[in-house]
Design a protein around this ligand. Sequence first.
Ligand SMILES: *Cc1c(COP(=O)(O)O)cnc(C)c1O
Length: 413
Amino acid sequence: MTDVGDLVPGPRILLGPGPTMADPRVLRAMAMPLLGQFDPEFTAIMNEVMELSRFVWQTTNARCFPVSGTGRAGLEAAIASLVEPGERVVVGECGRFGLLLIEIAERCGAEVAVVRGSWGRVIEPDAIRAAVAEKPTKLVAMIHGETSTGVLQPLDDIARIAHEHDALLMADCVVTLGGSDVAVDRSRLDVAVAGTQKCLSCPSGLAPVTYNEEAEAAIKVRRTKIRSNYLDLGQLADYWSPSRFNHHTAPTAMVYGLREALRVIRDEGLEARFARHRRHGDALRAGIDALGLSLFGKEPAQHRLPFITPVIVPDDVDELRVRRRLVDDFGIEIGAAFGPLQGKIWRIGTMGYSARRQNVLTCLAALEHVLRAEGVKSAPGAGVDAAVAHYATSGERATAVDDSLGARGIGRV
Ligand SMILES: *Cc1c(COP(=O)(O)O)cnc(C)c1O
């Protein structure tokens, strides 16, 4: 056998569309001794996770717990549990994750009606209205943050339209929870699903979900059994309730990690956290502009994800070689793209613990260097200068978390 040595992963600055860098507090929590899943100490931790989740989801829903598995497990649990074979699901699709919802709904045996938008734009509420007006619909499924294109979909009007037509609204908030406003109750989302490895800055492995009484009632009145045992939201809800129904063995270390990630958000405060994501995204975009690069997408700022910056690959530049050199020479990971955008854009994520000033400045310096080798010229230091100028003039003071991280010797965010 070859000599398998100690595990020493190279240091990386993760600025792709996920995973993000885990907060050191989260990694410390995950290294704590394990508890059995029915240990009273662990069930108390489960209750704390639900309470903290309600704060981050901005909801009073009783059902607010994580599904074991990545974000897509949460999406599949929601659709498989809510929709019976033959029922109609309207999916808004304007990117890769909309395509995923279509695929999951089809596998659940739904009659899927797709409202297609163009990649890089939001879906217009009127298009959803036309689709739900056609035929009785059980569920409208939308992507809140379309990570593949950088679009932030407004949901309030779509929720109203869905409810006027007696349909439930499900939102994929995998990329938005913890980074921009996800107000489940105010936006009247019936079901919302997230993931841990984006703005929550935890490793991947849990999918926080929440749903209201209407969604719960829809699960209870099903005529057919939910086809998945593992992703049966009714059984999972019983496990995450005082009845402690025995289901799968909870990944307790992940639950520790999620608890800490939610505590980090509680300590920072929702508004301060959203402002931090906007500040670093804006600084990055100021730098990208100064490097002479263009952003993908035509939506105005309020319909763009503040923390996913889609950058058009300039003509005659080898997009893969640029990403390779960023990793090899600078330890920086940025994202590629899918489908029609493959090879055409990069996606730079500034989410959660990755959303920090030093990461933004380092990324801009590295990009300038790597792009120069590809023949893209810009004034030396222009990207970093523009970002620094943005920080100086953005008018927002360092948030409490900046200070607390500084005090802990972790550095400014
Ligand atoms: C990342 C992502 C997913 C998939 O999540 P996994 O954790 O990779 O399963 C789904 N939807 C959106 C919008 C995402 O950004």
